[in-house]
Design a protein around this ligand. Structure first.
Ligand code: ASP
Length: 341
C-alpha cells in the first residue's frame, strides 16, 4: 500500500512537471510549509483593490481569513456602480437580478447560495448556510426564505442604469451569453455590448491570515441577460472556489460553463499540491480549457487566481485584460494577469 502510494505520488509529480513545464524542485508535494505571521489577501479584477482594503482591516487586526474574505467581497456587493456583483448587477433576460456566492474556510467548511434574489449580500447568506445548516447549498426561493428568516432585508437590487442596460438589450433580445473579452469584442460598432460596460466579472477573493489559515469567497451576478435560473461556476465549490488549508486556495472568473467542465479551482489546488507554483497551476487549468476547444477559447475569457500556503500567489487567463489585486504588509498593488493570447 505504502509503495503504491509512493508510486502514485511520484507519477503525479512527473506528469505535473511535464504539463506545467515548471521547475519546482524546492516544493515537496503534499503539505506546503505555511506562511504564518504574514497575512495577505488577493482578489480578482480592479475592483478587488477596494475589496482587499476592507479585508485588510480585518487581517491587520489579527482577524481570521474567513472574516476577512466576507468583509472584503461585501464591498463590491454593495456598490451600485459595479454591474457584475451584488446590488446593481445586470439582470437576467427576464429583468431579474439573481446572485450566486460561496465561501470556504480552512476546515473544508463551505456554504453557497445560487440564484438568490433581493438580497444585497449573498456572501453573508452563504456563510450562514455554512454555519447554521447541515447543508452546503441553498438555491432560489429556499435561499431567499432562509435569508429572510435570518434577518436579511428584501431589497430591490435592480438599479436604474442596470435596468436601462437590460431594456437596451431587450430591443434585440439577442441571446449571446458569452463573455466579452474585457469589452474588446463588444466595442466594435457593428456589435456593441448592449447597454452595460461589463457583461460579467466576479470577485473571487483568497486570504491567508496571521495564523496561516486560508479562506476564500466568490460572489457574482453572473452573466448579463442569462436565462433565468442559469448558474455559473462562481457558487460551485470546486469550480469557482476551492480551499485546502494544507496546500492553498484558488478562484476563477470568466465563462463559468468552461470552468465547471474542468472543476477549475479544485484542479488548480490539486496542481499546487503536486508542486506547481500558483501561476503554473492556473496556467495548466487554462490550458485544459484551450485543449478542449481551441476555437471557442479565442472568443471567451476565463481567468484563475491562486495562493499557496507560503503566501505565494499567481494568476493566468485566456485573454489579456484580466487583473488582480494584492494587499499585504509588503505590497498593495494591482497586477495585470498573464494570459495565453
Ligand atoms: N464566472 C461568472 C459566471 O460564469 C462570470 C464571471 O466571472 O465573469 O457566472
Amino acid at each position: 500500500m505504502q509503495n503504491r502510494r509512493k508510486f502514485l505520488q511520484s507519477s503525479l509529480i512527473g506528469s505535473a512537471a511535464v504539463i506545467g513545464g515548471a521547475s519546482f524542485a524546492e516544493d515537496r508535494p503534499g503539505r506546503i510549509q505555511s506562511n504564518a505571521g504574514n497575512p495577505i489577501v488577493i482578489s480578482t479584477w480592479d475592483f478587488g483593490k477596494a475589496a482587499n482594503a476592507a479585508a485588510w482591516e480585518v487581517l491587520s487586526k489579527n482577524g481570521s481569513a474567513l472574516d476577512a474574505v466576507e468583509a472584503g467581497v461585501r464591498v463590491p456587493e454593495a456598490d451600485p456602480e459595479n454591474q457584475s456583483v451584488g446590488y446593481g448587477g445586470l439582470p437576467d433576460r427576464d429583468g431579474r437580478v439573481t446572485l450566486d456566492a460561496c465561501i470556504m474556510d480552512a476546515q473544508y467548511r463551505c456554504g453557497s447560495v445560487m440564484c438568490i434574489e433581493h438580497i444585497k449580500h449573498p456572501i453573508s447568506v452563504a456563510r450562514l448556510v455554512m454555519e447554521k445548516t447541515p447543508h452546503i447549498v441553498l438555491v432560489g426561493e429556499g435561499a431567499l426564505e432562509f435569508a429572510l428568516a435570518n434577518g436579511f432585508q428584501k431589497e430591490n437590487l435592480l438599479t436604474e442604469s442596470s435596468k436601462k442596460a437590460w431594456q437596451e438589450w431587450l430591443k434585440s433580445s439577442d441571446y449571446k451569453p458569452g463573455i466579452n473579452i474585457e469589452n474588446k469584442l463588444y466595442k466594435k460598432e457593428t456589435d456593441p455590448m448592449p447597454g452595460g460596460k461589463d457583461n460579467h466579472d466576479t470577485i473571487g477573493m483568497l486570504s491567508l491570515d496571521a495564523k496561516g489559515d486560508i479562506a476564500g469567497a466568490c460572489t457574482t451576478s453572473g452573466l448579463a441577460f442569462k436565462m433565468h435560473g442559469r448558474v455559473g461556476d462562481s457558487p460551485i465549490i470546486g469550480a469557482g472556489l476551492y480551499v485546502d488549508n494544507e496546500v492553498g486556495g484558488a478562484t476563477s472568473t470568466g465563462l463559468g460553463e468552461e470552468v465547471i467542465r474542468i472543476v477549475g479551482s479544485h484542479l488548480v489546488v490539486e496542481l499546487m499540491r503536486q508542486g506547481l507554483s500558483p501561476e503554473n497551476a492556473c496556467k495548466e487549468a487554462v490550458s485544459r480549457i484551450l485543449k478542449r476547444s481551441p476555437q471557442k477559447a479565442k472568443e471567451i475569457q476565463v481567468g484563475f487566481l491562486a495562493i499557496n500556503k507560503k503566501g505565494e500567489y499567481g494568476a493566468y487567463a485566456l485573454q489579456k485584460g484580466f487583473s488582480y489585486a494584492v494587499h499585504s504588509n509588503k505590497e498593495v498593488t494591482l497586477i495585470p494577469g498573464k494570459s495565453h493570447f
